[in-house]
Write a protein that binds this ligand. Structure first.
Ligand code: GMT
Length: 375
């Protein structure tokens, strides 16, 4: 099949899922056309069957700070679908991708081209941004105008049906990973690069935004390091970094907390870690937690959104109410102080991650594409 994939190119989970999906479909022989405003962070453009199309917005003084990105995106969608005769257009993250796809579909209808549009909802397009009155009507309309709608968790499906008047059937297709990428193969993990032999290593990975509650990551670590020698690695870049660095200084933890920035070879840093922290306020799935589990790292998280569909409380880690840093710290210590328990949770985490392997999930998208095309 000839498939268009629209996504954000950034390090966020929705862009990662869209990119990995496209690359895996290309390896299976499908022709994949990526559409975004810049090259997606994880896209290997040298792979066969992959073409990247960049959305260019032509600026004009009248527009000032407002750039008609959706207009440029719809136009590019139309040209790619028309020129390459795409079978299906799969947009990731409703805003503004589903809206732009609707207009592309209407334009092509005038040329008797019926492009099928699939919208995958990823999280904050529903739970934070989408339900804002500034966007809500257009988001609801563009979801209902899609030929098929998926969400990355049951929790997000429930949230979507609660907030919006959705007339379409919503299919849950969970996020996925290539478990092979997270199994450390090159010899012993380089723990000595990050910590002393007696140190335990806690880690958090995200795009460092308020919704992730990383202040809780630091508060939990502060409580833990008072009882066991430990280091904290914070991976990723985002708007909250400066505030978090100030919190670390206020707690006099500068020599125990390392801000790592963006890292592509995530498995090598996960490999040295003992516990992954994800205390998010909202989290439709928590792809970063799944990646940690695939690297045999147990997860201590909040119970926000779909995290509990990934992280099994008392089995692959622990789950607490949002903001309950006391319990999160206690749960981390119950693992760090009991090597046998930690070893078992590591085994459980990796086993759970296999449930979300690409081999189980990619076929679900292929079946969806085929069913939509045949309608
Ligand atoms: O977090 C966002 O703003 C959107 C998105 C992203 O691109 O990072 O994250 C969402 O999509 C991911 C992939 O489906 C999910 O794993 C994340 O849980 C979800 N983020 C939230 O719901 C906060």
């Amino acid at each position: 099949m000839k498939i268009g994939i629209v996504c954000y190119p950034t390090y966020g989970g929705s862009g990662i899922i869209a990119t990995e999906l496209g690359m895996m479909l290309a390896k299976k022989g499908h022709q994949i056309h990526f559409i975004s405003y810049s090259l997606p962070a994880r896209l290997d453009i040298t792979l066969p069957n992959i073409v990247f199309h960049q959305v260019n917005v032509k600026t004009y003084p009248l527009f000032e700070s407002y750039q008609p990105y959706s207009l440029a995106l719809s136009t590019l969608m139309v040209e790619i679908i028309r020129n390459h005769r795409l079978d299906v257009l799969h947009v990731h993250y409703a805003i503004p991708h589903a809206y732009a796809a609707y207009f592309a579909k209407q334009i092509l209808k005038e040329e008797n081209i019926d492009i099928k549009v699939i919208t995958t909802l990823h999280g904050t397009d529903i739970t934070l941004v989408g339900q804002n009155p500034v966007y809500k009507s257009a988001v609801e309309f563009s979801i209902n105008q899609s030929d098929a709608v998926t969400t990355v968790s049951q929790s997000l499906k429930d949230d979507t049906l609660e907030v919006f008047d959705i007339k379409k059937e919503i299919q849950v297709i969970p996020n996925f990973i290539d478990n092979n990428l997270f199994v450390h193969k090159e010899g012993p993990c380089p723990r000595n690069n990050f910590a002393l032999p007696e140190d335990k290593i806690l880690i958090h990975v995200s795009n460092i935004r308020k919704v992730k509650r990383i202040q809780d990551v630091i508060s939990v670590f502060d409580k833990v390091q008072k009882e066991v020698p430990a280091k904290l690695l914070i991976v990723g870049e985002g708007p909250e970094a400066e505030n978090l660095q100030q919190q670390v200084r206020d707690l006099h933890l500068e020599d125990k907390v390392k801000f790592m920035g963006k890292i592509n070879q995530l498995h090598s840093i996960l490999c040295v870690s003992d516990v992954f922290l994800l205390p998010s306020q909202e989290e439709s799935f928590g792809l970063a937690a799944l990646e940690a589990m695939a690297a045999s790292v147990p997860v201590v998280s909040s119970n926000a959104g779909g995290i509990t569909e990934v992280n099994l409380d008392g089995e692959t880690g622990f789950v607490s109410n949002v903001g309950d840093v006391e319990k999160m710290a206690s749960d981390v210590l119950s693992l760090l102080k009991d090597p046998e328990k930690l070893a078992q949770f590591k085994i459980n985490a990796q086993k759970r991650a296999l449930e979300f392997d690409k081999s189980k999930v990619i076929p679900l998208y292929e079946e969806l594409y085929q069913s939509v095309i045949e309608k």
